[in-house]
Design a protein around this ligand. Structure first.
Ligand code: FES
Length: 122
């Protein structure tokens, strides 16, 4: 995958804490659906594709979290993921992980980039 640099996907002040915001990254030829989650003033970003059956995770616009906002829950079949790591801790894809994206906050702007290679967490 070609590196396309970081793109602004939101202002951090526009995302509740905890809360989430979906976005699309890339250009006209290659769009990647993703979402950011803000928790304890940290921001995490993932591709919006569930490792179980490849569905989008959200229940509705910007709705990615469990009722208590403590974890990410897939609308497909209810798998639950840790916000900080993207690891599936409950459900059909137990032990699998969401694909994380490079993310940083600069001057209140949330910037996300596609890694040049698929990241694997150790
Ligand atoms: S597609 Fe996400 S739990 Fe099945």
């Amino acid at each position: 995958m070609e590196h396309i640099g970081k793109q602004q996907v939101a202002l951090v002040s526009d995302i509740a804490d905890p809360g989430a915001r979906e976005f699309e990254l890339g250009d006209r030829d290659s769009r990647v659906p993703g979402f950011v989650v803000r928790k304890n003033d940290q921001v995490f970003a993932y591709v919006n594709v569930c490792p179980h059956a490849g569905k989008s995770l959200n229940w509705g616009p910007d709705r990615f979290l469990t009722k208590d906002n403590g974890r990410i829950m897939c609308a497909g079949h209810g798998s639950v993921f840790e916000i900080e790591s993207g690891l599936c801790v409950e459900g059909a894809c137990l032990g699998a992980s969401l694909t994380s994206l490079d993310v940083e906050v600069i001057d209140g702007r949330v910037l996300v980039g596609l890694p040049t290679t698929v990241e694997t967490k150790t």
